[in-house]
Design a protein around this ligand. Structure first.
Ligand code: CTP
Length: 415
């Protein structure tokens, strides 16, 4: 990859405590030489190893270090600081700052900026080998990786503390290469529009009661976020959930299946539509205008009618059908066979199938174990965090939609 991938980009470089901080000065020099703007945040422990003046001289920019600096806040608030860069890089990333990132602390400017950002984050860990190998650090790293934080290094070698092992900060050229890879990642879905449905639907019985289901919206929301991270414009049509919409997506909140159908149709045209919502199959034929009261006449009889199938309706469109229509299949048995049947019945291109039997803990949980079923067959993905499923699905979508026609796709595309 050439240096052009960082030219004109902006890095927020967080310098935490560690002897390796001296190597960060060289990293800044390399980045500046490639035409990349660098703004530094120096932690109090980082300041034990390098001075604000050296960072300022090399970055040719102001160095931020104080969360409660009125001057800094009036120039650029910490939230704005966290969003002003294309990429946040933590180098060196000490065991302490990694732990604070994993715990979501906001105890100083660096950790606050890392918590407030909606930009990708790359860390270059540097610490004693035992600190690196400690289960606490390893658990923190696993958690950060799950959340999408990228890592470069640490390398193996002789350490400042006279020990030998893994824990040396990656060399500046290796960190530069990792930065180039992050920034150079073409946003393969830039210019594409994705519609994603998520969450449950609420079907009213009367003004205070409704029929709903246990969907948390986690998987659908994560997919919306995953597609946005690859550059897509995302319309997220969601039923009532308790989680926020991922940054950068357009949320269309709805309650009923009929509203969801209308919102989806109004959102078209789109290049891809992913139907992750747990749509109620039935609604009450005549929702009462006033609250149903207990009467001597006995229990009310609710007449149910079938809701429109949003996935099937969009897949069947003659005009405006998205190039890739993806459904979900929540099953409690014969997962692959039911998913293949559903794919044919609903006329979609892919089905993401999962087993939602109560013992799997998937419905409402953090993890998912899915099979990607296409017209050509199925592949089984390992059980992983719902965000990881989302990232993998988003990159598979990008393979079909985002690459030049000359490149072959491992999955059959639409049509
Ligand atoms: N779906 C939809 N509109 C509906 C029902 C389902 O868009 N009214 C979508 C879901 O978002 C999901 C897929 O269809 O992508 C499969 O939904 P599921 O409830 O698992 O399947 P059903 O069609 O309800 O079939 P069954 O209940 O027989 O398994």
């Amino acid at each position: 990859m050439t240096g052009s991938s960082v030219a004109g980009k902006r890095i927020l470089l967080i310098v935490a405590g560690g002897i390796a901080a001296y190597k960060t000065l060289e990293l800044i020099r390399l980045l500046r030489a490639q035409g990349c703007a660098v703004t530094c945040v120096l932690t109090p422990s980082g300041a034990q190893f390098v001075t604000p003046l050296s960072l300022q001289a090399l970055s040719e920019d102001k160095v931020y270090s104080d969360l409660f600096s009125l001057t800094d806040e009036s120039e650029m608030g910490h939230i704005q600081l966290s969003r002003s860069a294309d990429l946040l890089v933590v180098a060196p990333a000490s065991a302490d700052i990694l732990a604070r990132m994993a715990a979501g602390l906001a105890s100083d400017l660096a950790s606050t900026v890392l918590l407030a950002t909606d930009k990708p984050v790359l860390v270059a860990p540097a610490m004693n080998v035992r600190m690196w190998l400690h289960p606490a650090t390893q658990a923190n790293m696993a958690l950060l990786a799950q959340r999408g934080v990228s890592v470069v290094g640490p390398d193996e070698g002789a350490m400042a503390c006279n020990e030998y092992g893994r824990g040396r900060m990656a060399e500046p050229p290796a960190i530069l290469a990792a930065i180039q890879e992050q920034l150079g990642q073409a946003r393969p879905l830039a210019g594409r529009h994705a519609v994603v449905t998520s969450g449950p639907t609420y079907e009213p019985i009367d003004p205070v009661r409704y029929i709903a289901n246990r969907s948390s919206g986690r998987q659908g929301h994560a997919i919306a976020g995953g597609l946005a991270a690859l550059g897509a414009r995302v319309t997220l049509v969601s039923g009532p959930v308790s989680i926020p919409a991922p940054p950068g997506v357009d949320l269309v909140p709805i309650e009923t299946a009929e509203q969801m159908l209308r919102a989806c149709m109004q959102s078209l045209p789109a290049d891809v539509a992913v139907f992750a919502a747990a749509v109620a199959d039935w609604r009450v034929a005549h929702a009462a205008r006033g609250k149903l009261k207990k009467t001597d006449a006995g229990t009310p009889q609710l007449e149910l009618v079938q809701n429109p199938d949003i996935l099937a309706s969009v897949a069947a469109l003659k005009q405006n059908r998205p190039a890739l229509v993806i459904g979900f299949a929540a099953e409690t048995g014969d997962v692959l066979q039911n998913a293949a049947d559903k794919l044919a019945r609903k006329g979609c291109d892919w089905i993401v199938a999962n087993d939602v039997s109560p013992e799997t803990g998937i419905m409402g949980g953090e993890e998912n174990a899915v099979h990607l079923v296409t017209r050509d067959g199925a592949e089984t993905w390992p059980r992983m965090d719902k965000r990881a499923v989302a990232r993998r699905l988003a990159s598979r979508i990008a393979v079909v939609l985002g690459t030049p026609a000359t490149e072959t796709s491992p999955l059959r595309g639409p049509g």
